[in-house]
Each structure stands twice: as structure tokens, then as C-alpha cells.
Design a protein around this ligand. Structure first.
Ligand code: MF3
Ligand code: CO
Length: 254
């Protein structure tokens, strides 16, 4: 696993800033009655305008049935991860997760947020805020020379004490010139174990939780990860550079 120099981490900032700004813009743009394809089209315009490069479009990892057809993952309600943009119309109260990664000036950043459209419900809000807290705890544990297990344990502790369903498939990952690099960042673990987080490590931390059991199924579309029992799901992600002075969130939104 390649460490990034302080200069390289500075070079990653435009990608982080762009990914953050696109997510903010999508959140403002999302409306009841729109389709998730409309959101994907909005992101495509922003990518084209910025001269950025989608790392989703055409991506074909082992966990997808065919090359990825969009520039976003849009996961609604029981759809937890890798939701394909579609002609699905957004409804009042929908819990929408948007996951977006993009390459800018040769470097990638990856981030996700979840919010509820229109009328909010306490259960969905608690699920979303717990997922955000798990992300914040993971980031706070990503201190120079800490261990990966410290990050994983911090995420897992919040998840387990909430009582929400936790599944440790599809955790975080290293980020650099490409989206998915070493090391893997599990969403649960034991403190004091795993690799040492040396300054120059850049990782995406991405807890995802389900309001029911921790089981999931893969949709017939071959990509979308859905909760097995139909319960709501949420996902939050930031790209974080570990520096001598502590974790720096490259995808921080204003
Ligand atoms: N960005 C997602 C992650 O957080 C992965 C998306 S896979 C894709 O790691 F194929 F949709 F691009
Ligand atoms: Co990611």
C-alpha cells in the first residue's frame, strides 16, 4: 500500500472539494417527483462542466453483474448500497443515499450522504444520525500511528450500541489515483489490531446500517444491495487523509 506525501495529499484536495460540492448540489437539487436518473443527469452535467472524470461509469468490480451504468449510486429506502439510478420516482419521506466518487487532476475522492426527502420520520432520522455518528467516530479514531482496528472498532461500537443491523461486507478502502485501493477498512473490529495508520494513508471510511437485521440481498439488477427484510438503510462516507497532525476530511462539505 502506497503512502501519499504531504504534497500529494494537497493534490487530492480539488477532488475532495469537487465531490463534496457535487453532493451538496445533489442534495439541494433532489425533489419529490424527480427520478434517480434525473439526479445522475445533474451529476453528469457538473462532471462535464468541471472537466472531471467519472470513476463509476463502466466500472466492473467482482461485486457487480455488469459494468456500472451511472456516475452515482442512488439507494432509496431499503436499498442500502450501489443503487442503480433508474426511472424510480422519488416520493415524500424517501430515505435517499447518494454515493459519488470522481477523479479530478488525476486523484480520486469518494463520499456518500443520506437524507430524507420531504416529511421526516423519527426512525429514519435516528438511522441517518447514527450512521453519521459511526462515520464521525471512525474519523476521530483515524489518528496517525493508530491501528486500523481502532477505526473499525469505533464504527462497530456505535453501530452495535444503536441496535441497528450491521453487516461487515462492503467496508471502506484506500483511495488514491484510483477509487478502490488497499487497505480494506472493515466496519467492525478490535482496537489495537490491524495495520498501523502511518501519516500518508488515505482511506474512505463508510459505515452503512440497516434498521432491521444485518442481512442483505442483491437485487435482480445485479448491483443494488437491499436489506433482506425490507427495512430502511443508510450510508455515510468520507475520504480521509491521515497526516502527522491528525485526520483531514478531504470531502468535508460546507
Ligand atoms: N463509491 C462506492 C464505494 O463507496 C463504490 C461504488 S461502485 C460503483 O466504495 F460501481 F458503483 F462505482
Ligand atoms: Co467508497
Amino acid at each position: 500500500m502506497a503512502l501519499k506525501s504531504p504534497a500529494e495529499i494537497e493534490q487530492m484536495r480539488p477532488a475532495g472539494r469537487f465531490v463534496a460540492d457535487v453532493l451538496t448540489s445533489l442534495r439541494e437539487h433532489a425533489r419529490i417527483g424527480m427520478t434517480t436518473n434525473d439526479l445522475d443527469a445533474h451529476a453528469r452535467e457538473l462532471i462535464a462542466k468541471a472537466g472531471a472524470h467519472s470513476v463509476y461509469l463502466g466500472y466492473h468490480p467482482s461485486f457487480g453483474a455488469m459494468p456500472y451504468p451511472g456516475v452515482l449510486c442512488t439507494s432509496v429506502n431499503d436499498h442500502a448500497l450501489h443503487g442503480l439510478p433508474s426511472d424510480r420516482v422519488l416520493q415524500d419521506g424517501d430515505v435517499l443515499s447518494i454515493d459519488f466518487a470522481c477523479q479530478v487532476e488525476g486523484w480520486v475522492a469518494d463520499s456518500a450522504l443520506t437524507f430524507q426527502l420531504g416529511t421526516t420520520t423519527p426512525e429514519a432520522q435516528r438511522l441517518i444520525s447514527t450512521t453519521e455518528q459511526a462515520l464521525a467516530a471512525g474519523i476521530a479514531a483515524a489518528q496517525p500511528n493508530a491501528r486500523m482496528g481502532d477505526v473499525s472498532a469505533a464504527i462497530g461500537r456505535i453501530a452495535r450500541q444503536s441496535g441497528f443491523g450491521l453487516n461487515t461486507d462492503f467496508g471502506g478502502h484506500g483511495v488514491g489515483r484510483t477509487m478502490h485501493e488497499d487497505p480494506h477498512v472493515p466496519n467492525d473490529g478490535r482496537p489495537g489490531t490491524g495495520i498501523r495508520l502511518k501519516p500518508g494513508t488515505v482511506i474512505a471510511i463508510e459505515p452503512w446500517l440497516m434498521a432491521g437485521s444485518g442481512d442483505y440481498v442483491i437485487d435482480d439488477d445485479g448491483w443494488t444491495i437491499r436489506s433482506a427484510d425490507g427495512a430502511l438503510a443508510a450510508h455515510a462516507e468520507h475520504t480521509v487523509a491521515i497526516t502527522k497532525r491528525g485526520p483531514v476530511v478531504l470531502t468535508a462539505r460546507d
